[in-house]
Design a protein around this ligand. Structure first.
Ligand code: NAD
Length: 430
């Protein structure tokens, strides 16, 4: 009986076993203990429902063929169709995708969306593919998923390394298979294909909105706040733009090529234009080069990790010098780092499941608009987004105060509790 997970009675294989999956499981265990989740519900709620692993042969521009490996993990289908992004990255593992699918379940449940959690990934460095090869890969991945995804089953979206264009190719591939256009099968599409106004900026705007709210709670004016952001892609770039427009000073940004620092403030619009043109931040002349590790330890009001998991760990957690840690990325803080930050008590953590939930909230709006073929303007989208973020924040703060939980534990217990309740009410198929 391959049983690797401490404290659990499940008989499970080690299929997902990895650092990041164990991290998500430890978070779950802690939350389940905190709310005394009955044994009969624990493992049902904790482990992913099912997964699909696919081989993706692609014809390269030079005539050769390369086979890529991809996954889709559906964590929970008890509360609605599952929802979650697709990641194209060279370090994707099945365990990482499984952990990300768990976090999607808690996030959707926390913010009150009628979805379970899912996630997908392909082991590939998308920068090494030509646009044609990337299109072949995106289409092949979706082709393998037809039957496993669908508007009432599982709805992919963009994540690290994927974008609107990739969603468009996936939607087109699915639609060709079923014989009619099916925009609701993916979200994060271009507007021309049924994408929602505001979806591209939703995650970053949501992060900035919550940062401002938490700064208000701390009586810190945003106009005096300095911000360091790791990752300058969809989420990091949009968060930088939104925070700048609220009056904050972005002093550091980074991507996989390195980080940049300018105490006087970085011209975010110029940096975004530079990345659009050069593809990377490297050699942008509006700031001085530093390392990604140095960025995390900068003195600043708000630190925003917006790239990969597990970047704040036991070796650097004690050295963070921010007042607010806004987790735009999923899983940026390890369990060990969490304990260090809690013991320090001087950093307000906005946990990932709350902080970056703006993305899936507007994905939900996009799906609703697709199903109704009735489209909203941007003002309506953003107004509805802030209502849902406010509600989720208030619920988390109430839970935190009531049970004297950390903010992460408050958010996770709320998310987990609702999934467990739905499973309990649905019953167990005999
Ligand atoms: P993206 O691919 O658009 O951007 C990722 C950025 O991170 C790029 O600038 C890339 O260069 C940088 N990066 C990659 N490796 C790095 C490294 N080792 N060090 C520093 N920077 C590095 O991806 P995204 O959609 O912005 O996603 C970023 C994070 O936000 C991920 O954790 C993702 O799961 C999470 N997230 C995304 C969404 C969404 O709507 N896209 C929603 C919720 C959460």
């Amino acid at each position: 009986m391959g049983h690797n997970f401490a404290m659990s009675k499940a008989v499970v294989s080690s299929l997902y076993d990895s650092e990041v999956f164990r991290m998500a499981c430890r978070q779950f265990d802690q939350a389940a203990d905190a709310i005394n989740l009955p044994d009969t519900l624990r493992d049902r709620t904790k482990y992913p429902r099912r997964c699909l692993a696919v081989s993706l042969p692609i014809r390269r521009d030079d005539g050769s063929v390369t086979v890529f490996e991809g996954y889709r993990v559906q964590h929970n289908l008890s509360t609605g169709p599952s929802k979650g992004g697709v990641r194209f990255h060279e370090k994707v593992t099945l365990g990482e995708v499984a952990a990300l699918s768990m976090w999607m379940s808690w996030k959707c449940s926390l913010v009150g969306l009628p979805y379970g959690g899912a996630k997908g990934g392909v082991i590939v460095n998308p920068r090494e593919l030509s646009p044609t090869e990337l299109e072949h890969l995106a289409r092949r991945y979706m082709q393998e998923l037809v039957g496993f995804v669908g508007p009432q089953l599982d709805i992919p979206a963009p994540d690290l390394g994927t974008n609107e264009q990739i969603m468009a190719w996936m939607m087109d591939t699915y639609s060709s298979h079923v014989g009619h256009i099916t925009p609701a099968v993916v979200t994060g599409k271009p507007i021309a294909l049924g994408g929602s106004q505001g979806r591209r900026e939703a995650t970053g705007v949501g992060v900035a909105y919550l940062v401002r709210k938490y700064l208000e709670d701390l009586s810190l004016p945003i106009e005096k706040a300095t911000v360091a952001i790791q990752g300058f892609g969809n989420v990091g770039g949009e968060a930088a733009l939104a925070l700048t427009s609220m009056g904050a000073r972005v002093v550091a940004i980074s991507d996989y090529t390195g980080a940049l620092y300018n105490a006087a403030g970085i011209d975010v619009k110029k940096a975004l234009a530079y990345v659009q043109y050069a593809g990377v931040l490297k050699d942008f002349d509006g700031a001085d080069p530093i390392t990604n590790e140095e960025l995390l330890e900068l003195e600043c009001t708000v630190l925003v990790p917006a790239a990969l998991e597990r970047v704040i760990h036991q070796d650097n957690a004690a050295r963070l010098k921010c007042r607010v840690l806004a987790e735009a990325a999923n899983g940026p803080t390890t369990n060990e780092a969490d304990r260090i930050l809690e013991a320090r008590g001087d950093i307000e953590v906005i946990p990932d499941v709350l902080c970056n939930s703006g993305g899936v909230i507007v994905s939900y709006f996009e799906w609703l608009q697709n199903l109704q073929s009735y489209y909203w303007d941007k003002g309506e989208v953003l107004a509805k987004l802030t209502v849902m973020l406010d509600r989720a924040k208030d619920a988390v703060e109430y839970q935190k105060r009531k049970f004297k939980f950390s903010r992460r534990l408050a958010a996770l217990t709320l998310g987990i509790e609702r999934v467990a309740e739905a499973k309990q009410k649905r019953g167990l198929f005999p």
